[in-house]
Each structure stands twice: as C-alpha cells, then as structure tokens.
Design a protein around this ligand. Structure first.
Ligand code: NBP
Length: 478
C-alpha cells in the first residue's frame, strides 16, 4: 500500500478534490463506479501528482496505508449509503470513511453509529466552494473523532483555502457537526443571495438603473465593508451581456429560483430547535414563491402592477440600500450563528463559533471581509449572547437603522417585495423592544386553553378563572 488517502466518486467535485490532494504532494488512490471516469482523470491530469488508479473498491482499499482514510464523494443519499455499505466489509478496525458530499447531518449521525459498531470511524466533512473551491482550495468543516481528524489533518489542511496563512479547515466537532455547520453555511448563503437580489431589485425598480449601472454600484460596494465573493460576482453577472440575444444576461434568465434543499434543511432544523432564523427562512420561501409560476400569473392578471414613481435622490437611495443590506446581513449571520450554537447544545457538540467564522473567510461561497469581524467578536467574547450587540456590529446597525427603515418603507410604497430586508428589520425591532405583544398571546392562550402564564409582578405560574370570578390562581408544579 502506498497511497496516503483514497477517494471514490470522480464526478466534478471528486475529481477536483482528488487533483487538489495530488497537487499538494499526497499520493492518492482514486476510484469511480464507472471506470471510464478514473481513466479520464489519469489521462488528463495524471501528471499533476501521484495518483493510483483503481478499478474496484477492493483495489482501492488495498492501495491505502493503514489506518486507511477513504473519501466518498458520490451523490448524497442512497448512493452514499450504497458505497459505504460496500466499503465496510473491506475495511479493518480504526479505518476512516469520510463522506465529503452534501449529506444531511442526521444521515451522518446514523452512518457514524453504524460504522462505530464495526470499529470504524465515520467522518462527515462539509466542503464548500463549488467545483472551483474543490480544485483550488475549499472551506472544509470536519465532523468526526479526534483519531480520524489526526489522520486526515495533514491532507485536509493542505488542500483548504488559505487566509492570512490560516487554512480554512477545522475539526468543528464530532459526528454530524461538520455537516451541520455546512448546512447552516448554505442557509446563510441563501439569505446573502436574497439580500443581494432585493438590493438589485430596488436599485432597478425604484431608481430605474440598468443592470450595468447596478453592476457599478455593486462594484463600488465591494470596495467597502460589504466586500465579498458574492458582491463581486454580482457585479460581474449584472454586467454580463448574453451572447445570443445581446440583452443583459439577467434579463434572459427565467425568474424562478431553484434549490437543492440545504436551505430547507436549515429552516426545518431551526423550527425544531426554536431558533428564529427569519432571514434564511424568508430567503428560502422567496425562492419557493418565485417558482410558483401559475399563482404568479393568476395574481398578475388580477392585481396588475403599475410602476410607482417615487421621488428619491439617486445617491441618497443607493447609500440607504447599502446600509440596509449591511444591517440585514448582520442579522442573517447573527441568526445563523445562533442556529449553530443551538445545534451544538442540542447535540452536545463543542463548536467554536469563532473558528467557524475563521474558516468561512476563504474558499466558500459566503467568504467575505465581514467574517473577520465575526471572528474578532467571538475572540473577544466566546459566549456571546448575540452578534448584534458587539461593538462593531452595534455601531453599524445604529448608524444604518434610519436608512434601513427608509429603504423598507420605500420598498413597501413602491410595491417591491423585500421579504429579507423587512423581516430582518422586524427581527431587530423585536429583539430591542421593551414590551412585546407576546403578553397578549399568553393571555389568549390562557383564556381558550388554560395554558397558564407568568406574571410581571410575582414568581410562579398562573391561570385566570376566566369563566368564573376572573381571578388569577397560582398553579402548583406537578
Ligand atoms: P454527483 O452528485 O453528480 O454524483 C455523481 C457521482 O456519484 C459519480 O461518481 C457516480 O458514479 C456516483 N454514484 C452514483 Br450517482 N450512484 C452511485 C452508486 N450507487 N454507487 C457508486 N457510485 C455512485 O457528483 P458531484 O456533483 O461531483 O457531487 C458530489 C457530492 O458533492 C454530492 O454529494 C454533492 O452534493 C456534493 N457537493 C457538490 C457541490 C457542487 O458544487 N457540485 C458543492 C459541494 C458539495 P458514476 O460515475 O459511476 O455514475
């Protein structure tokens, strides 16, 4: 056996990850169910490093140094189960199976338990950055045992993106922790993209800017606090002209957004945990709404949309939208980090949130200068209650809140939907409000269902005898 590591599944992601590993000086044994992909990899890129081509999983297993580490990069779901089931009988105690696909963390927990029963280690490794990241340096979120991470560390840290000399790779926790963090990362990506899309829509619809002009605005924003991969890419995409029609590219793309499901997983899990990730949820629903083309057509036929002309100053409004985008983004990230903290508590994972921010600074889709601020916030105060109140973000929100309100109000008047801007502002107002109408909700619940309530003036749990004398009655604990 002469390979340091093995990898099975040589479609786009697996092939690029294998090349990245080989380019970084590690001998890698490679395999794919359909051998043609293995042959193609060796023919096209065999000279990039030390590859050992394998035609079967038996050959792959035999080619790797023990304890073996085998990366599985196949379609998430049944394909992963099929490959893992095939691998298990071929392995020896302490060997490590790494699922680098986009698995749901619950599947990772299940697979980890199943493999542990065989004395094997199962690692759920979140890999972000798409095909380009896989090849040139992704952000890597590893969930697994210490034994497994020690074995994988030299390889995974060498292939990850580097920011200020720090690899964007971390052992975030055991079993499902890596895929959990990757899931929330993708949820935040949904919110980030929706916020960008709402900003674009406002600049176009309210100011009447052409896509290329909106591109200029994004390019300018990319020079400041908002600097990020997605803002930079937005400028490029908005400037792109379709080669066939000569029209702005964004105008030839059908306005129905698709999703592969990680945003939905994030929202489902947040509902279970009771974490208000309103930014991610609204972003996910906005994609769903865009896809309901029949309902949209029916609504358009009845509620014709007339363009509303508003008298707004261009430079002022551009700057207000920038402030609204930044403040809403702070909210979406604060909520995402709250979600990771809640997941860590629920699953007994010791996740270092500052480290998560650190490894998202490079390689992944949401990479941004902003994440350095989040890293610093957690470095100052590891047990932070909410990111919103840390000095840097609190200042940004305080400075931007008037603009944020103005943008949401303008959007409402103009009939431009901004679900993520609006809900993020509502979340902020909800958090900072001294009295919430939840008191009324508790009163109603007690009235119709005897669900009890707590009082502001006395400790204990109470139920009011609504149908009798209307007096409160203290409830005894069962
Ligand atoms: P795909 O998700 O398209 O999967 C294709 C690979 O799965 C091929 O190697 C195929 O083998 C193999 N496979 C299938 Br399908 N069923 C199999 C089975 N029953 N047994 C063995 N192999 C099987 O590949 P991808 O787009 O490279 O993505 C790989 C993973 O990475 C996925 O989990 C994906 O969600 C994740 N991911 C993708 C991206 C991205 O940007 N695309 C980003 C981050 C993560 P064959 O060649 O024999 O058909």
């Amino acid at each position: 056996a002469r390979a340091t590591i093995g990898l099975t599944g040589l479609a786009t992601m697996g092939r690029n990850l294998a090349r990245n590993i080989a380019r970084n000086g590690h001998t890698i044994a490679v395999h794919n169910r359909t051998t043609a992909r293995t042959t193609a990899l060796l023919e096209e890129y065999g000279d990039e490093g030390d590859f050992v081509g394998c035609e079967s999983l038996e050959e792959l297993v035999a080619a790797i140094e023990r304890p073996r580490a085998i990366v599985v990069m196949v379609k998430a779901g049944e394909a992963t189960d099929a490959v893992v089931d095939e691998l298990v009988p071929l392995l020896d105690a302490d060997d490590i199976v790494v699922d680098a696909g986009n698995a749901h963390f619950a599947d990772t927990l299940r697979r980890q338990e199943a493999l542990a029963a065989h004395g094997l280690h199962f690692v759920g490794m979140g890999v972000s950055g798409g095909e380009e990241g896989a090849l040139d340096g992704p952000s890597i979120m590893v969930g697994g045992s210490d034994h497994a991470y020690e074995r994988l560390q030299p390889v995974v840290e060498s292939i990850a993106a580097l920011v200020d000399g720090t690899p964007c790779c971390a052992h975030v926790g055991p079993d499902g922790a890596g895929h959990f963090v990757k899931m929330v990362h993708n949820g935040i990506e949904y919110a980030d993209m929706q916020l960008i899309a709402e900003s674009y829509d406002l600049l176009r619809s309210v100011l009447g800017l052409a896509p290329a002009e909106v591109a200029d605005v994004f390019e300018e924003w990319n020079g400041g606090d908002l600097e990020s991969f997605l803002i930079e890419m937005t400028a490029d995409v908005l400037r792109h002209v379709d080669h066939e029609s000569g029209r702005p590219f964004v105008d030839v793309v059908v306005d129905a957004a698709e999703q592969k499901g990680t945003g939905r997983w994030t929202v489902q899990d947040a509902l279970e945990l009771g974490v208000p990730i309103t930014g991610i949820a609204e972003a996910t629903f906005a994609r769903s709404l865009s896809g309901h083309t029949e309902q949209r057509e029916a609504a358009r036929a009845v509620f014709a949309t007339e363009p509303v002309t508003l008298d707004v100053d261009r430079d002022t409004f551009v700057d207000q939208v920038r402030a609204a985008l930044y403040a809403s983004k702070v909210v979406a990230y604060a909520q995402g980090f709250d979600h990771i903290a809640a997941g860590a508590e629920a699953h007994d994972w010791d996740i270092d949130l500052g480290e998560v921010a650190t490894i998202w600074r490079g390689g992944c889709i949401i990479r941004a200068q902003f994440l350095d601020r989040i890293r610093e916030a957690y470095a100052d105060e590891p047990d932070l209650t909410t990111l919103l109140t840390t000095a840097y973000f609190a200042d940004a929100i305080t400075d931007g809140v008037d603009a944020w309100r103005e943008v949401v109000a303008t959007a409402v008047r103009a009939g431009v939907p901004t679900p993520t801007f609006s809900s993020s502002l509502a979340y902020f107002d909800g958090l900072r409000r001294e009295h919430l109408p939840a008191a009324l909700i508790q009163a109603l619940r007690d009235n119709f269902g005897a669900h009890t309530y707590a009082r502001v003036d006395r400790d204990g749990t109470f139920h009011t005898r609504w149908a009798e004398d209307g007096r409160p009655e203290e409830q005894q604990d069962d």
